[in-house]
Design a protein around this ligand. Structure first.
Ligand SMILES: [Fe+2]
Length: 353
């Protein structure tokens, strides 16, 4: 077994931001111009001529001769900048649901490879309240937070990048927040450095029944909360799934582990670190899961089904994404219903460099 490396130097650079830094900097917000939208609409028309289902569309079917340069800027922001970006101004009311999906999907194909978000293989996910309870077991699966109206505390999604297109806001609540994992690391290094070894060692995760092995299945190895790899600090944290693993199938959490999780909770929610934003209809929020954590508050919907809060989600693996250590690369093991970056690239006929 390789020896654990615990990084003990502060992290600097644009990814180690605090709330005031991103308030003062709007360069991570990209507003669509009329010319961008015109180009995207021509790409939609072109893609439709292919006669393919939306999820079979690839970037070659969706030509973006000028806008592709803006997508490349979004990627640089996600990987080398703040680890998050907003693309603002998708005219969500102008299109029928099929064209809106194609608009969003088409942009996604220029950013990376879309991967499934659950064992059913959904590539385009609806984040909305379906009336189920978070954590209840239905048909051998543990219901996930994104199909409820519950507060979702700070966490990472699966894959390199998670994207959310806001179609409709809630009547009340549903505030999104983002926090830099490196900024949390810096606080823990400064204030509670005795917790770092536990956080670099990591935790077992519940597989939530998604691997077909039953609800008690947990990851076969610990997944680090912080991992220093190839000159980057990478974060990965879902307290709820760690606690589910400890309750169902995995070893109980020690006092030190609970203290480490409490510290993650405390610093991720701190006013100095956390950045809040209310997503507006037409905003696409992109996050690099290894650089930032995200959360959203509980919400209350309007009565009418057509007015209920709706976010459309895609998860992306990015071929030119940062180097990851094995536990971060294969989060759900080799037989993942999601696709690792290497698996996603192989499926698309791309080979890792
Ligand atoms: Fe999420």
């Amino acid at each position: 077994m390789s020896q654990l490396y615990v990084h003990r130097e502060p992290i600097s650079g644009p990814g180690a931001w605090r709330a005031a830094d991103v308030h003062a900097d709007q360069s991570w917000i990209y507003t669509l111009t009329a010319a961008d939208i015109g180009e995207l609409e021509r790409a939609i028309a072109q893609a439709k001529k292919e006669g393919l289902p939306t999820t079979a569309i690839r970037s070659r079917h969706f030509p973006l001769p000028s806008f592709a340069a803006k997508i490349a800027q979004v990627w640089r922001q996600l990987e080398h900048g703040r680890g998050m970006a907003i693309v603002r101004g998708v005219p969500v009311d102008r299109y029928d649901p099929e064209d809106l999906e194609l608009f969003y999907w088409g942009i996604s194909t220029h950013l990376g490879i879309v991967i499934p978000q659950n064992s059913k293989g959904d590539l385009i996910g609806r984040v909305e309240d379906t009336g189920v309870k978070w954590g209840e077991v239905r048909n051998g699966e543990i219901m996930r937070g994104y199909v409820t109206n519950a507060t979702l505390p700070f966490h990472s999604d699966t894959g390199d990048v998670a994207a959310l297109l806001c179609v409709r806001q809630a009547k009340l609540g549903g505030l999104t927040s983002v926090v830099s994992s490196s900024a949390i690391f810096n606080e823990i290094l400064a204030n509670e450095p005795d917790l770092l070894e536990t956080l670099f060692t990591g935790f077992y995760y519940s597989l939530r029944g998604e691997n077909g092995g039953g609800v008690n299945q947990v990851s076969s190895y610990r997944i680090p909360v912080f991992d220093y790899c190839d000159g980057n600090l990478n974060g990965r944290y879902i307290r709820r799934t760690i606690q589910t693993a400890a309750k169902m199938g995995g070893p109980a959490l020690t006092d030190l582990e609970l203290r480490a999780l409490d510290a993650m909770e405390k610093y991720s929610n701190s006013d100095e670190l956390r950045f809040d934003m209310m997503m507006e209809p037409g905003d696409i929020q992109y996050v690099n899961n290894f650089i930032v954590l995200h959360s959203r508050t509980q919400f209350e919907d309007y009565e009418e089904p057509a007015r209920k809060r709706l976010m459309i989600r895609v998860w992306l693996q990015v071929p030119q994404g940062r180097t990851l250590s094995r536990p971060h690369e294969t989060l759900f093991g080799e037989k993942t219903p999601f696709l690792t970056r290497a698996q996603a690239m192989a499926k698309e006929g791309l080979v890792a460099a």
